[in-house]
Design a protein around this ligand. Structure first.
Ligand SMILES: [Zn+2]
Length: 85
């Protein structure tokens, strides 16, 4: 899940695991899982969170990719302007 949290001098965007709800602090240790209905979950890479996600929704899994690659795709595929239009 992508969240915005308030910090001392503003706000920061963070990604939390959709299974354990802990903050993902290393993109190399996380994946994005796409479900057949189109939503995406962000998970810690590794047995605990990954296995738990598959048990939660086994029939809907469509694949996963490294979190870093997913973040690049969001930037590229949404084609949102970086500044004022
Ligand atoms: Zn997790």
């Amino acid at each position: 899940m992508i969240e915005i949290i308030e910090i001392e001098h503003g706000y920061r965007t963070i990604i939390t695991c959709d299974v354990c709800h802990e903050r993902i602090v290393d993109a190399r240790m996380a994946v994005a899982v796409r479900w057949s209905h189109g939503s995406v979950w962000h998970l810690h890479k590794g047995k605990a969170c990954h296995d738990r996600a598959e048990r939660m929704v086994p029939a809907f899994r469509r694949g996963f990719m490294e979190l870093r690659e997913h973040i690049e795709q969001i930037d590229h595929n949404t084609r949102l302007p970086a500044g004022p239009a």
